[in-house]
Design a protein around this ligand. Structure first.
Ligand SMILES: [Zn+2]
Length: 316
């Protein structure tokens, strides 16, 4: 028996009752808005316990909740890449004390200025803090949003190789990608790449992480892929491999190109609500069969669509 007509009729009845009881059009809008923010995107990761994993040689990855930092164990002390927040730092400190008794954190390195990567750093008491020359200036713009920040004491600019206790780390500057200060890192002797905000394993980035320039971002991903390293460490969500990074790069380009082609149908006139609705529907129908099972596909589809629709229109 085909139950579809019955289900549809029931949905219409329920919908009508809800519509009326919620106060008509404005009530319905309120009800939709009340459900608009996803509660299934961050939650599976927020509950994740602390874990320190050896990736290769002296290089470790510390994962806690939604975030992951890279740690290098050098003869002169520990190096921590990105600190995220004070709760993360507390969990990290406990783990480092257990794994490397008596060793202190000599260096903190910031991948970029975004506050979600640099909070909590003062709690590690590093001797030296390394980051792009503009990091302090950007952080100073947000005095109310951050309190436990250790300022950069050794600034870098462009590509540079730095020896941390005898272990060379290539700092790969990614201009016009995600923020103005973004670095990827390659520890050549262990063949590990740390890919902060540049690698999401079978997942859509949260709200398409604002503050990125699409062409430069894809160039950054391609640069990391071209290193052909044995190990890749992402700063958020699941761990993965170079193949996952390549898949993420392809999804990013596929999504962008799909939205661009929908906007092209409207001669790049983006300020057109009806065209946006048509474009959204068409893009969803094209992308859902390929990426519908990726984490956050439905939760993040609308903001990601809007980001790329606007991005193609403006050129960013
Ligand atoms: Zn970021």
């Amino acid at each position: 028996m085909n139950r579809l007509p019955i289900v549809l009729a029931l949905l219409v009845v329920i919908g009508t009752v809800a519509y009326m009881s919620l106060g008509g059009k404005s009530g319905l809008r309120k009800a939709i808005f009340a459900q608009a923010m996803p509660v299934t995107y961050f939650e599976p990761y927020n509950a994740r316990p602390a874990s320190l994993e050896q990736i290769s040689g002296p290089v470790y990855a510390f994962t806690y909740g939604f975030c992951r930092s890279m740690v290098i164990d050098t003869p002169e002390g520990l190096a921590v890449f990105d600190t995220f927040d004070s709760e993360f730092v507390t969990a990290l400190s406990d783990e480092l004390a257990a794994q490397f008794p008596g060793k202190t954190v000599k260096w903190v390195i910031y991948s970029h200025n975004h506050l979600d990567h640099v909070r909590g750093s003062a709690g590690l008491g590093p001797e030296e803090v390394i980051g792009h020359r503009l990091v302090n200036q950007f952080v100073a713009d947000w005095p109310k949003a951050i309190s436990d920040f250790a300022p950069v004491s050794r600034t870098v600019e462009g590509d540079v190789t730095i020896s941390l206790g005898g272990i060379e780390v290539d700092f790969l500057y990614m201009p016009h990608s995600h923020s103005a200060t973004l670095y990827g890192f390659h520890v050549r002797e262990a063949d590990v790449v740390f890919a902060p905000d540049m690698m999401f394993v079978r997942a859509m980035p949260p709200f398409d992480f604002p503050d990125f320039y699409y062409p430069g971002y894809v160039r950054a991903l391609d640069r990391l892929i071209a290193l052909d390293a044995a190990h890749y460490v992402p700063s958020h969500l699941d761990a993965g491999t170079r193949r996952d990074l390549m898949d993420f790069r392809d999804m990013t380009a596929r999504f962008h190109e799909t939205v661009r082609s929908e906007l092209a149908e409207n001669d790049y006139h983006a300020a057109d609500g009806a065209a946006m609705r048509r474009g959204l529907q068409a893009a969803y129908d094209k992308l859902e069969p390929e990426y519908g099972d990726w984490h956050g596909f439905n939760e993040m589809f609308v903001p990601k669509f809007g980001r790329h629709w606007g991005g193609v229109y403006l050129g960013y």
